[in-house]
Ligand binder design. Sequence first.
Ligand code: PLP
Length: 368
Amino acid sequence: MTIPFVDLKAQTDEIKTGVFDDFGHLLHRSDFVLGHAVERFEASFAQYTGCLHCVGVASGLDALRLALRALGIGPGDEVVTVSHTFIATVLAISSVGARPVLVDVDPAYYTMDPSALAGALTSRTKAVVPVHLYGQCADMDPILETARAKGLHVIEDAAQAHGAHYRGRPAGSLADAAAFSFYPGKNLGAFGDGGAVTCSTADVASTISKLRNYGARIKYNHEIQGENSRLDTLQALVLQRKLDRLDCWNRARIAAARLYRDLLKDISEVMLPEDRSDALHVYHLFVIQVDCRDALHAYLQEKGVQTMIHYPVPVHMQPAYEGLQLTGGSLAVTEKLCTRILSLPIFPHIKREQIEYVADTIRAFFRI
Ligand SMILES: *Cc1c(COP(=O)(O)O)cnc(C)c1O
């Protein structure tokens, strides 16, 4: 048996007929940039995330960047985030001219350690970007409390958390603004790149819609120096179709995670992911920890099971951030995690037999 890390084909098949119809109508209308389809998806996704506004942009990276720009973050400012994340989180901060300050993560949940945040603040800190990693929300209440006390903006990196909840509130509605990615492999993924910012402040939404469209609300009336970062209209049609299925697909991910948990729980060498009791984890990834990670990774590969490491090198150890001064305190948890984590195959259409095969193969590796 061979088990891919993700298989998007079954998702595509579910929506294909509807998407072809929608593409046909779009070709007929030929309004290829923004237009009705983007507006409709923005309204639907705002409602889905419990926000008043959603602005579609070109990628998750741009969603973060434009949210930072709209909140006035720029050169001379410090923005606190984590090193245990995809590099885009940090690139967004440095690309607007601000300085990323990287803090450690909680060893149980892998998201920003709220106590590390408090220790990283200076008079130059302007914003905090917690990441809802692997599909589980960061511990937002203590983060928001610290940020509010200092007048800081908070932007959620929700690129892995479409449909996740924290204390009854949806990811995307927990702070001043949130950035989503619609990269194909995300819980809500397009047929290419895409992203969105959600928020409930009209000013911020309006600035982002100008920023993504050359700084103009009315054609050729450029109020600010914007850029070209619009959610592609064809992608909006795909996302609209997939949004209808997102909760169902997330439930399938949660069921897959439950089965993994059940089948792996008696293997003492395997540390399973922990769910916050007050949150809904939507399992973008199912990440275990083991001592002999590289050997297990190679063994599974040899037996046809594709696994991945998210992420093998923390951002502060990447060549791209060689010169970055580390002023956010110890990153010991981050540095240890990256040697022990392994992401197992998970996607909405993964089959029971596939999960059983992965679990059996892990069991065989540990000779039990
Ligand atoms: C995918 C991802 C991004 C970037 O999204 P793109 O659409 O690829 O630009 C940002 N942050 C996190 C945590 C991600 O997983």
